[in-house]
Design a binder for this molecule. Sequence first.
Ligand SMILES: [Mg+2]
Length: 173
Amino acid sequence: MLRKFAPKKKVRSIFALDLKALRAAGIKGIITDLDNTLVKTREKLADEQVAAWFRSLQDEGFQVVIVSNNTRRRVGGFSVPLNIPFVHGARKPTSSGFRKALALLGLEARETAVIGDQLLTDVLGGNLLGMYTILVEPCSPEGEKWVTRINRSIEKVVVKRMRKKGIFPREDA
Ligand SMILES: [Mg+2]
């Protein structure tokens, strides 16, 4: 069971991801979380660095969808100006939102990477469908909902156990 929480990769932030290596691993599509993965929870819009990152994904040939448990107002408000498709109210870690995203991408789970800052939603959900999971460090803990704060404390225990078993990936340089 513990293995279901283990990301395939761990990076400091989305900007540290090696996109060429990801393509070489057979990944064609990217499902990314929004809050604390792309920007802080209180940032309504992408900054220039994040917008440039989305352009680099598309230049590299990736298809992209933003998948979030947050509301239509929040997720749409962020995604529409970037012209990136989105799924809101995704209920991660359940499969429903991820399946919608795969349909939007027109890709199989094994060709798709999930990027997120939470083990209990993004990584677990992606692993359950057999996707390539990438954990990033949260942009900032400020403004997180109580559910997320509880998840973070569970995460700490889970990471500790995974490290002990040697199944938690080392961070990419
Ligand atoms: Mg998040």
